[in-house]
Design a protein around this ligand. Structure first.
Ligand SMILES: Nc1ncnc2c1ncn2[C@@H]1O[C@H](COP(=O)(O)OP(=O)(O)O)[C@@H](O)[C@H]1O
Ligand SMILES: [Mg+2]
Length: 292
C-alpha cells in the first residue's frame, strides 16, 4: 500500500503553518505547500490519513489552475521537485506529486466564495432572509436548489471560529473598488466554467472557495483551486433538491462518525480500515472523473 503522509517535518526548512490538511514552508522568496493525507470531518482532523489524498488534491488543483490560466495568473512556480531549491531535493520521496512551490503573495483578507446551489450557510441565510450576502434570490427556492446565475458570496477570513459572510459593498470597503470587482468577476468566471465542465462529467460543484493574493503588484489566484477540500462536490445522479446532498468525497466518513457517540471535538475517533479504504477510492474516483 502507498505510504500515508500525516505530517511533514523538514528540519532545515522553515515551517510557516500547519493547516488542517496542508503544511506550508517558507523557502527563499517562495512558499512550499505540501498537501498531506490528513482528512477532517466536522472541523476536526482525524487520526487516520487517506492514502494518496494529498497527491490527488494537488493534481486536482493543478488541473484547474491550468484550465483557468487565461482567466487569471496563479501562484505556481514549480511542481517538479528537481525544479525546487536544491535544499529540498533530498525530500523528493515525500514531496513528489503532493507539493507545489509558489509565489509568496500577500493574501487578500476575503474568502471568495461562489455558490451555484443553495447549501450550508447560504441556504441558512436564504431561509431566514430570502437573500445571501445581500443578494436577493427568487422566492420558493429549496435546500440544494440550483441557481441559474451563480452568486458571489464573499466572507471574511477569521483566525478563529467561522468565517462571516459579507456583502459586496463590505468587500469593496475592505479591498477597494477595483480589486473587489476583479475578484468577483474572476471568481464567477472560474466557478461558471468549472461547474459546466464538471456537470458534463456527472459531478456537481455546489459551491467553492477561492483565495487571491497580490504579488509584485499583480492579482493572482493562490492557495488551492476547486478541490473537494475547498468546494462541495455532489454526485449528479443522486442529486435531489429539497434536502441536503451527500458529499461525494466525505460522506462515508461522516456517515460512519454519525453512528458514534462522539461530540465532534478533538480528538476525533479512529476510522476503521474499511471506511478509510472506501474513502480513498472516492478521492481517486473524483480525481479521475474531473481530470481525465
Ligand atoms: N501563494 C500564497 N501566498 C501566500 N499565502 C498563501 C499562498 N497560497 C496559500 N496561502 C495561504 O496558505 C494557507 C494554507 O493554510 P490552510 O488553508 O489553513 O490549510 P488547509 O486548507 O490545508 O487546512 C492559507 O492561509 C492561505 O491563505
Ligand atoms: Mg484552507
Amino acid at each position: 500500500m502507498a505510504d500515508i503522509v500525516m505530517k511533514t517535518d523538514f528540519s532545515d526548512v522553515k515551517l510557516l503553518r500547519r493547516g488542517k490538511v496542508r503544511d506550508v514552508y517558507e523557502i527563499e522568496q517562495f512558499l512550499l505547500i505540501v498537501a498531506t493525507d490528513r482528512v477532517s470531518a466536522f472541523d476536526v482532523v482525524l487520526p487516520n490519513g487517506i492514502a494518496e489524498k494529498g497527491k490527488l488534491l494537488t493534481a486536482i488543483s493543478l488541473f484547474w489552475f491550468r484550465q483557468m490560466a487565461d482567466v487569471m495568473e496563479n501562484h505556481i512556480v514549480a511542481t517538479e521537485v528537481m525544479d525546487y531549491p536544491p535544499v529540498l531535493h533530498k525530500y523528493v520521496d515525500m514531496l513528489e506529486g503532493r507539493s507545489m512551490l509558489v509565489k509568496k503573495a500577500r493574501p487578500l483578507p476575503v474568502e471568495c466564495i461562489v455558490r451555484g446551489y443553495l447549501s450550508g450557510s447560504g441556504w441558512a441565510e436564504y431561509k431566514e432572509k430570502g437573500m445571501v450576502c445581500g443578494i436577493g434570490l427568487p422566492a420558493g427556492l429549496v435546500e440544494s436548489s440550483r441557481l441559474d446565475s451563480p452568486i458571489f458570496t464573499p466572507s471574511t477570513k477569521e483566525a478563529e471560529g467561522h468565517d462571516i459572510n459579507i456583502s459586496f459593498d463590505k468587500t469593496r470597503r475592505i479591498v477597494g473598488d477595483d480589486i473587489a470587482r476583479q475578484l468577483r468577476d474572476a471568481s464567477l468566471t472560474i466557478y461558471g466554467r468549472a461547474r459546466e465542465l464538471a456537470e458534463k462529467k456527472g459531478i456537481i460543484i455546489a459551491d467553492t472557495k477561492m483565495e487571491f493574493g497580490v504579488y509584485a503588484g499583480n492579482l493572482m489566484i493562490i492557495d488551492e483551486l476547486l478541490t473537494p477540500d475547498s468546494s462541495r462536490f455532489w454526485s449528479a445522479k443522486d442529486y435531489r433538491p429539497g434536502r441536503g446532498q451527500d458529499s461525494f468525497d466525505k460522506q462515508i466518513v461522516r456517515d460512519y462518525l454519525l453512528t458514534l457517540d462522539w461530540d465532534k471535538t478533538y480528538p476525533g475517533p479512529v476510522l476503521p480500515d474499511e471506511i478509510v479504504r472506501k474513502t480513498a477510492v472516492r478521492y481517486r474516483e473524483i480525481t479521475e472523473i474531473l481530470t481525465k
